[in-house]
Each structure stands twice: as C-alpha cells, then as structure tokens.
Design a protein around this ligand. Sequence first.
Ligand code: NAD
Length: 322
Amino acid sequence: MGVASLITMVDTSVRSTCAAHTTVQPRNLKQKGETMSDLVNYEGKRVVVVGGSSGMGAATAQQAAQLGAEVIVLDVADIGYPCTQAIKVDLRDQTSVDAALDQIQGPVHAVLACAGVADGTPNIMTINFTSQRHLVEALVTTGKLGPGGSIGFISSVAGLGWMDNLDNVKEFLATPDWDTAAAWIDEHEGTDGYSFSKMAINCYVAQQAFPMLQKGLRINAIMPGPTDTPLAQANADQWLTFGADYREAADVPTLVPAQMSNTLLFLASDAASGVNGITMLVDQGHVAASLVDAFDAPLVKVLAGLAEFEPWMLGVGERPES
Ligand SMILES: NC(=O)c1ccc[n+]([C@@H]2O[C@H](COP(=O)([O-])OP(=O)(O)OC[C@H]3O[C@@H](n4cnc5c(N)ncnc54)[C@H](O)[C@@H]3O)[C@@H](O)[C@H]2O)c1
C-alpha cells in the first residue's frame, strides 16, 4: 500500500471515530467575518482562574477581565483586585476543593490552572497537579465546562524531561482520583517534587488532547522560563539565576507575568482553535537555542533528559575538555 492511500485510510478512520462525538465547531475568520481581535476576545465568556492571587494567575485573571470575561478566581490567599467572584480554596484539601467547585456556576468557557508551589512545600504534588486535575475533571463531568471550552495549565521548563520519564509519569497518571494519586506518590520515592509535578502536567495535557477534543474541548499548557513573580523571588537563587547568562548575552530582561498570561489566554481563546495537546515554551528561546548548541547551556540538556548532571555544570570543579 502506498503512503498516500495509508494516510487517506488513517484520516478516514480518525474522522469516523470523531464524528459521532465532536461538537466543537471550527471557527473560520472569513466565514464569520471575524478579525483576530474578535477571536481573542472573551466577551460573554466565564473564566475560572485557579491560583489567581498573585504572579501569573493574577495577571491571567486581570487580563481575562480586560478581554471581557467574567472571572472567577480561586486561591488560598486573598484576591487584591476586583473580579466577578473570589473563592477561597486550599488545594491541599479535597473537601475545600469540592466546596469551591459547588460555588462555581456554569457555563464555564475556560479553566486556567495556574497555582503552584516550589520544592520544600509539603504536598507539592497535590497542589501543583492532583487538585487541579480534580478541579478540571469535575468541571467537565458536571457539564459546567462544556463543548467549545478550553483548559490551560502552567507547567515549567522543569518538566521538560517528561518524555524521558514517560513510563513512570504515565503510571502515575493512570491513578483515577485524588486518593490513589496521593497513595502512588507516597509509594514512589522522589516523585513528590516540583519537576515531577510539571512532567505530570505535560504528559496529562498530551494524554487528554484526544478525549477532550471528543467532548468539544481543548487542553494546552505553557512552560514558562524564569519569570519575575513572588514565587520566583522567594526562590531567586535557583529560579532567577537559571538562564541569566542567556538573557545577558541576548540583552533581554527577565520575563514578567503578563508574558505568560498573554500566551495562556491566547491558547484558551478561539484564536487558537486548532491548537490542542501542546505545552508551549515561553522562555525567550533559551531551551530551543540550548538543545541545538546555538547557546551553551548544559543544564538545559540535563532537564531535557539529554545529558547526565555533573557538578561542573553548577560551577563546581573543572569542565572536562570536549
Ligand atoms: N515564576 C517562575 O519563574 C515560574 C517558572 C515556571 C513555572 N512557574 C509556575 O507558574 C505558576 C504560577 O506561579 P507564580 O510564579 O506566578 O507564583 P505565585 O506564587 O505568584 O502564584 C502561585 C499562586 O498559587 C497559589 N497557591 C499556592 N498554594 C495554594 C494552595 N494550597 N491552595 C490554593 N492556592 C495556592 C498562591 O496563593 C498564588 O496565588 C506555578 O504553577 C509555577 O510552578 C513559575
């Protein structure tokens, strides 16, 4: 069989599988007479932002409101700006998350999972991933987030190595709920950490692209590079020094939260209606340049699973001649 007929066969089979389920209507600029700014508009939409008290989540919530959305903000901390509804939630506690879910009225058009904490915080996997997966899936199963809707997560460059750890991450993601996820993490040493939480997000987004699309939904994530937020400032020695040599050599400033919210809101908008299942690097090109040796950053290769860590990469000892 030739390649062309194989492609036709696969295409026909995928179309027939999807046809029965897909309710998402592709939007076309010419048919609708819409401009790009119409497509990124959130007028008439309800957006849920998880972790919207500060940093990228706060930028996302405020920018969504500027674009016309009704914005519901969930956080353990107070929300210091006007929004449609602020809901107190502690992502470490399922009862608190379920109580927050009860307070959210549908229809919701986008849920943006922005909450996160750094290594050293107890229950990091629950906060950074499991609770936010629970929220997203509950909004979908209750029908509050329905066809045409969009899901966005904030991952990190720290999750770059997910494909290199695919078996492990997939085994974790096979846990169906909050308790089984927590039990799996307890049983697997070294998984209750920042990097694993972000690998889980990247793999989850890829895994869910097809089943969510069958429900008329899209799911994507961004992978920010170091960004000037309260969380990064609290871990400045590790977070804001990462890639500092790249930024200096390129003469660009440290990223700011609005550069993340711009991208997240674009991905969740109708302007990105063809984009699904991706984790988009928003890092000024640091990773891409480093992977192809256009910039020398051995730690990026370690994060991507392409090199073993050696102490000289952190300035300890001599770098061997290559
Ligand atoms: N800042 C960076 O350099 C950077 C880089 C890559 C990825 N990220 C990711 O970006 C996301 C946003 O982080 P940020 O840098 O804006 O930090 P941030 O601390 O400003 O925002 C995190 C938000 O999560 C909330 N939160 C924390 N624990 C919670 C809990 N138990 N229950 C409810 N809410 C809780 C905080 O109150 C805060 O509003 C995180 O997922 C983080 O991992 C940050």
